[in-house]
Design a protein around this ligand. Structure first.
Ligand code: SAH
Length: 491
């Protein structure tokens, strides 16, 4: 096809989340013969393309291409008749040197088009719960670069910026944050002006460090913020408390994880699933049938126990003829799902509540975890019951890599939800094995720690962890409700 000239599309890729590219950008990526992209782009966008893909940020084994070399490569590929996508982070024309590339193409007589993108200047604050303008709070947005190449451009007048009012967003602002925030204060902005740094906006490990103009540089360095990050200065930052989503660590066993994640999302959290425990079904005693027969009442203390017992339908048949007690609504639900009627549900969903509800019963059979609370057994015995405690499953550490990831990035977690003493013990044990116990303890200290009920809280305190919240109702939903109230999330 000699003589045919190609075309170059300067496409904005958005801030990182691959779903934040435009429909047009995505279509062009799929149609392109060649894609030139920068560092920092999400690989997912580049998967399954027919195009030749060139990383001009850090081509393996090669040095980073200079702007001139990038321009030349664009022109060369277009002259070969290729459809070229030049994929850039955020929007191509906001601190992306897209304009320079467009001018070079124009000069070389190559057809080109710009496809705007979602810029990090607005999207990163938005995703952290900060609208850059807000009625009654800010009616202006100023976007600047914090990192100027000395001598290249006219210096930014930071003192003047301090007087503009409204919201100031600083891109490429990590390196010179100390100097720039001081200049703004010198220029007349109060050191108390709210400020936030949003690191890796829209990526799974997005993080927001909050503070004020006077201390945000210090906070950024003590929490190790690295580029890419945007600095937001202005009263709109206060909205983060209400609009920001909080990350909640869910440490339950695999069997309860999916449902817990769904619930946490419904309550407005970003769930981080990290099972700290795993369950192993135990072999039941050979005389289990007789023991069921002998009992007056059969007690389940978790849906896990129900799940495991129901693998043996002949046992379910025997249990069906007994009075059945469940510790709380989730366990009761699991039983009804197996066609079992629950006769006894305590007012308080705890061992103490069960002891109360079972008062007067003579022969009680517990089908529960090998690590079940001794309080239940002791309480029943002292209220005069004859108790048969049959372990149905045991709780172990999970060996799940998600738990290790959680511990390494514990500082990203806002809320830690502990649903049992064993979730606490195995989390701490794993952190110790990784040599990161101190790191985890710092994160627990600055986050919100929620215990499902008093026994879990007791284990936390025994291990030296402060407990912030115990819900009124000892259920996972009760925890989410309480955590939402305490952590400022309004979904
Ligand atoms: N054209 C891009 C900006 C390129 S300059 C855009 O419109 O977003 C690079 C700077 O953008 C980084 O130093 C950082 O300040 C900001 N940035 C890019 N992606 C970001 C992200 N996901 N989260 C926070 N800041 C980001």
């Amino acid at each position: 096809m000699s003589g045919d000239v190609g075309k170059v599309y300067l496409v904005g890729a958005g801030p990182g989340d691959p779903e934040l590219i435009t429909i047009k950008g995505l279509r062009l990526l799929r149609e392109a013969d060649v894609v030139l992209h920068d560092r920092l782009l999400n690989d997912e966008l580049l998967r399954d393309l027919k195009a030749e893909i060139i990383d001009v940020g850090k081509a393996p084994g090669r040095h980073k291409l200079s702007q001139e070399e990038i321009n030349e490569l664009l022109i060369k590929k277009a002259r070969e008749g290729k459809v070229v996508v030049r994929l850039k982070g955020g929007d191509p024309y906001l601190f992306g040197r897209g304009g320079e590339e467009a001018l070079a193409l124009r000069e070389a007589g190559i057809p080109f088009e710009v496809v705007p993108g979602v810029t990090s200047a607005i999207a990163a604050p938005a995703l952290a719960g900060i609208p850059v303008t807000h009625r009654g709070i800010s009616t202006a947005l100023t976007v600047v670069t914090g990192h100027e190449e000395p001598g290249k451009e006219k210096e930014l007048d930071w003192h003047a910026l301090a007087r503009v009012g409204g919201t100031l967003v600083v891109l490429m602002g990590v390196g010179r944050i100390r100097e720039n925030t001081s200049l703004l204060i010198d220029g007349g902005l109060s050191p108390q002006t709210p400020a936030a740094l949003i690191e890796r906006g829209s990526w799974p490990d997005q993080r927001c460090v909050r503070g004020a103009l006077g201390d945000i540089a210090e906070r950024a360095s003590s929490s190790g913020v690295k580029p890419p990050a945007v600095l937001v200065v202005g009263d709109v930052v206060k909205l983060e408390k209400h609009l920001g989503r909080r990350r909640i660590a869910i440490l339950r066993a695999e069997s309860q994880l999916d449902e817990s994640v769904r619930l946490a999302e419904r309550y407005g959290f970003i769930p981080v699933a990290a099972p700290s425990i795993s369950l192993r079904a135990l072999e039941l005693p050979p005389d289990v049938k007789e023991r069921i027969e002998r009992a007056e009442c059969v007690v389940f203390t978790s849906s896990n126990g129900v799940e495991i017992i129901s693998r043996r339908s002949e046992l379910l048949e025997l249990i069906r003829r007994k009075r059945i007690a469940a510790i709380g609504p989730k366990t009761a639900q699991a039983l009804s799902a197996k066609g079992m009627n629950v006769d006894i549900l305590p007012d308080e969903y705890s061992s103490a509540g069960l002891v109360e509800a079972l008062r007067g019963l003579k022969r009680v059979l517990l089908l529960r975890s090998a690590q079940g609370s001794p309080a239940l057994l002791e309480g029943l015995i002292s209220s005069g019951a004859e108790v048969d405690d049959v372990p149905v499953y045991e709780v172990k550490g999970s060996e799940d890599s998600r738990l290790d990831d959680l511990i390494r990035k514990a500082e990203l977690i806002d809320v830690f939800a502990f649903t049992s003493g064993s979730t606490v013990r195995y989390l701490m044990r794993r952190a110790d094995e990784l040599g990161m116990e101190d790191h985890l303890r710092r994160a627990l200290d600055s986050g919100l720690v929620v215990a499902i009920g008093p026994p879990t809280a007791a284990v936390l305190r025994e291990l030296g962890v402060r407990v912030d919240v115990i819900p009124e109702k000892y259920t996972f939903e009760g925890m989410l409700e309480a955590a939402r109230r305490e952590s400022g999330v309004r979904s």
